[in-house]
Design a protein around this ligand. Structure first.
Ligand SMILES: Cc1ncc(COP(=O)(O)O)c(C=O)c1O
Length: 411
């Protein structure tokens, strides 16, 4: 029995049908082992094929991000890099960096793909490199848009910086890299995605790190499981070498590195496998609904970036061009959010909105005026959910509501 949602258009709904639930229940009854087993390996194999990378499943997207930065530390002992991050993103894109003892430098975002402002990023990379600092560029593929990864790759190469990608909100996009079409998950040496409910593929809770290099993937397999060498196959050369080099330690509990427990469960992998099978229809539905929304919305009143085939919609963003300054910052946005909520449409701010200088966790990184585009979005943007329950009729009704509000505003 499920509780009816309090919103008639909730942010997210479970995509799992009765037949999914029965299949998963039958599997649970037939099992005694539920963690990091055959089902995790099966979902990893599917995602490896899908991404063209070595895919490693972990407990969630936040832990996937943590693994990226902890692994960088393992490979670069004693170095404290500066990580260039966008002023608008989700908290756990950034907190793993701070928890790893690294420094962050915010760059403003742009209004075409909502990722890093590329000129601002280039200036930061140049300045920090000139000071002798190691730099990591860490864009977010925000709400389904694709950052210009080719451009960032050129920048990273020019300054010997590292480039990784938080793609937790975009599992589906494909883009061009070196004249080859690839999954967004293959657009950097390490990328991450989240399988949390409401994301493009869901396992209820879950995340992935995608590795270009086999050696990184092998280190990560150990890190995810307490650093134990036996996370690698018995005949793996790295495992054999470490075991031979440490004859005084029982190989059953041999810690090659100071890892921790980031393991996923097979129960979540079971959910993930069911949703993975629906990728073609989920992607087509997301694109169809987003394009309709783009067509019906009054672009004089609401901002949307130009349509691009490297975008795989995560949600329906609502960005008011007006901001009744006379009534105070964000007054129009508050009116829009109130109207949505009163109509039963659940909504949220645009991810973290402007983090530096405004969110308490990042107050010391202000003032927010240093990030004018992020601040512009902070006062104007929110979003509502895009999922399998959203129909063309609902989108038409939403656009009527929003376009009508804009007319009242102009009056
Ligand atoms: C950009 C971004 N990074 C990281 C995460 C963390 O993913 P999870 O919720 O699976 O921990 C999210 C979650 O929504 C996200 O949007």
């Amino acid at each position: 029995v499920t509780t009816p949602p309090s919103f008639r258009w909730p942010l997210a709904i479970s995509p799992f049908t009765l037949s999914d639930k029965l299949a998963i229940s039958a599997w649970i009854i037939a099992q005694d082992r539920y963690t990091l087993g055959a089902k995790t390996a099966e979902l990893e194999a599917r995602f490896s094929e899908f991404s063209g990378m070595h895919a490693l499943m972990v407990a969630n997207g936040s832990v996937a991000n943590q693994l990226v930065f902890e692994l960088w530390k393992v490979k670069n002992p004693g170095v404290v890099p500066v990580v260039i991050v966008p002023a608008v993103t989700w908290i756990s894109s950034l907190s793993p960096i701070l928890m790893a003892g690294m420094e962050i430098a915010f760059a403003d975002v742009n209004l075409t793909d909502f990722a890093l402002d590329y000129d601002c990023t280039a200036r930061l990379v140049e300045n920090y490199t000139a000071k002798g600092r190691r730099v990591i560029i860490w864009p977010t593929a925000l709400i389904g848009w694709s950052p210009e990864m080719e451009r960032l790759r050129r920048l990273a190469r020019a300054f010997k910086a590292d480039l990784y990608l938080d793609s937790c909100e975009n599992t589906f996009s494909r883009l061009w890299l070196n004249d080859t079409e690839v999954s967004i998950l293959a657009s950097a040496d390490m990328t991450t995605t989240s399988l949390y409910t409401s994301h493009q593929v869901t396992s209820c809770e879950g995340g992935f790190v995608f590795f270009r290099h086999r050696a990184d993937y092998d280190l990560a397999r150990m890190f995810r499981n307490h650093g134990l060498t036996r996370s690698l196959p018995a005949d793996h050369p790295t495992r054999c070498r470490i075991e031979t080099e440490n004859p005084a330690v029982d190989p059953q509990f041999l810690f090659a590195l100071a890892g921790t427990n980031m393991r996923p469960t097979d129960v979540h992998a079971m959910f993930g496998l069911r949703d993975f099978a629906r990728i073609p229809e989920s992607l087509a539905h997301r694109n169809r609904i987003y394009r309709l929304y783009h067509d019906l919305l009054d672009h004089g009143a609401y901002y949307l970036p130009p349509l691009t085939d490297t975008h795989a919609a995560f949600c329906l963003p609502i960005i008011a061009r007006r901001n009744d300054e006379l009534l105070g910052d964000g007054a129009t946005l508050k009116r829009i959010k109130r109207a949505l909520t009163e109509t039963g449409i659940e909504n949220r701010p645009l991810i973290g909105s402007c983090l530096p200088g405004l969110q308490p966790a990042f107050r010391d990184y202000g003032p927010p005026e240093r990030y004018p585009t992020a601040l512009w979005l902070h006062h104007r943007a929110c979003y509502c959910g895009l999922h399998s329950g959203v129909t063309a009729e609902m989108v038409a009704e939403l656009c009527d509501l929003l376009n009508g509000l804009a007319l009242q505003n102009a009056a």
